[in-house]
Design a binder for this molecule. Structure first.
Ligand SMILES: CC(C)(COP(=O)(O)OP(=O)(O)OC[C@H]1O[C@@H](n2cnc3c(N)ncnc32)[C@H](O)[C@@H]1OP(=O)(O)O)[C@@H](O)C(=O)NCCC(=O)NCCS
Length: 179
């Protein structure tokens, strides 16, 4: 995988500080297996902020760290990009390649499922998420990816729309379980 780093200077406002006073450098890079514990904490922050948690936090962090370590290993179907500031992860975006059945026509043989997209609250609205999304889309352009799919939240639709995502009327979904 290409682990080339993009250094981006951005203005990040800490919650209680004025925007003009607080500039922070952040870096977008591919995640490594050693990021798994921090990535599990970001996952917990994302999912616990949107619903009722039923699993003890420590149990979840252990289970999720193990899963992430395993799934970040090179050669798998999962990719992850992180935003790092002052040696701390402040955001992440995960992508899973979804294999298609071999096709005798000249069509790319993967789709990409984009998920677990999160930026710490204090850093939102400063372009961190957009930079990660750009990295993921650029990566797809270098692979055999046909389409990128995702489930947006109401608030994040504008971000995806700016990058060309559109609601389609030829895609169907069947909900098997309420979540
Ligand atoms: C979505 C998210 C990863 C974007 O990262 P970001 O660094 O804030 O994004 P950028 O600064 O590059 O772009 C700003 C855009 O992000 C989206 N955004 C900003 N705050 C958001 C929030 N609290 N929740 C969801 N989306 C948000 C909006 O589309 C915004 O554009 P707009 O202000 O023109 O409408 C980040 O806001 C976040 O973690 N939100 C909470 C979790 C979430 O909703 N994840 C996505 C689920 S599909």
């Amino acid at each position: 995988m290409n682990c080339g780093k993009v250094i981006v200077s951005a203005k990040l406002a800490a919650a209680a500080m004025s925007e003009a006073d607080n500039y922070v450098d952040f870096e977008i890079r591919s995640a490594q297996t050693s990021d798994a514990p921090a990535l599990a904490r970001l996952r917990y922050a994302l999912r616990s902020s949107t619903g009722v948690v039923t699993e003890p936090k420590a149990d979840f962090l252990k289970r999720c760290t193990d899963w992430m370590e395993e799934h970040l290993k090179a050669g798998g179907y999962w990719q992850c990009w992180v935003a790092e500031s002052e040696h701390k992860l402040i955001g992440c975006l995960w992508l899973q390649l979804v294999e298609k059945i071999p096709n005798p026509r000249s069509e790319p043989e993967y789709h990409a499922y984009l998920t677990n997209f999160y930026v710490e609250e204090f850093a939102r609205g400063r372009g961190v998420g957009s930079q990660m999304l750009s990295r993921a889309i650029a990566w797809c352009g270098t692979r055999e990816v046909h389409a990128v799919i995702l489930w947006p939240s109401a608030r994040s639709r504008s971000l995806y729309a700016r990058r060309g995502f559109a609601v389609r009327d030829d895609l169907m979904e069947l909900l098997i379980a309420d979540a």
